[in-house]
Design a protein around this ligand. Structure first.
Ligand code: FES
Length: 106
């Protein structure tokens, strides 16, 4: 298991145990992170699983696909380090990673 800390918009921190290989979105949902809505359940059709990565993690990951980029562009409160958490598989190196959640997704 990999411990990942989600920071809700109100500052509440929720530490979740994620499985290697599962999408970051799934770990957030299983851990009760309210700010990750994930309306389409990972079909990359909603953009409501947006999270903000720390800059170093944003750079370490592969660039978002064109579709993901479009969804982020039309999501609420996008930032430079926004990603869709359903598109990010958990890896062991993410142990202790902090991920922030937008103040609203819908
Ligand atoms: S869950 Fe809908 S785009 Fe990620």
């Amino acid at each position: 298991m990999v411990e990942i800390v989600f920071v809700e918009a109100d500052g509440e921190e929720i530490t979740v145990d994620a499985e290697v290989g599962e999408p970051l979105m799934r770990a957030a949902k299983n851990g009760g992170v309210a700010g990750v809505v994930a309306q389409c359940d990972g079909s990359m059709a909603c953009g409501t699983c947006q999270v903000y990565l720390e800059p170093d993690w944003y750079q370490r990951l592969e660039d978002p696909s064109e579709i993901e980029g479009d969804l982020i562009e039309f999501s609420l409160f996008p930032r430079e380090t926004s990603r869709l958490s359903c598109q990010i598989p958990v890896v062991a190196e993410m142990e202790g990673m902090r991920v922030s959640v937008p103040e609203a997704q819908l």
